[in-house]
Design a protein around this ligand. Structure first.
Ligand SMILES: [Zn+2]
Ligand SMILES: [Zn+2]
Length: 83
């Protein structure tokens, strides 16, 4: 059985990955080279974009505005609470 600590580390890793990939849903370039990010354009949330919420994807994937992220947070919280 996994410890709480291990689960927290996993959640933190997943969150970091989200931040890295969070700004732009465009996969044709690397995050570091994102023209959108360099020009301070609106971010395009990968979570929302890929879940079909394209009209409301103008936030970063790790933003509190992100509905997909909110759902993930709830799942993560409930897992930590019940283990
Ligand atoms: Zn980009
Ligand atoms: Zn989003």
């Amino acid at each position: 059985m996994r410890s709480r600590k291990e689960i927290k580390v996993e959640a933190a890793k997943a969150a970091n990955l989200l931040i890295m990939k969070g700004y732009c849903a465009d996969k044709t370039h690397e995050w570091e080279k994102c023209p959108r990010r360099k020009q301070n354009e609106e971010p395009k949330c990968k979570n929302c974009w890929e879940n079909g919420i394209k009209t409301e994807a103008n936030h970063e994937a790790f933003s509190n505005k992100c509905k997909v992220r909110q759902k993930w947070d709830e799942i993560a919280r409930s897992r930590i609470a019940y283990c």
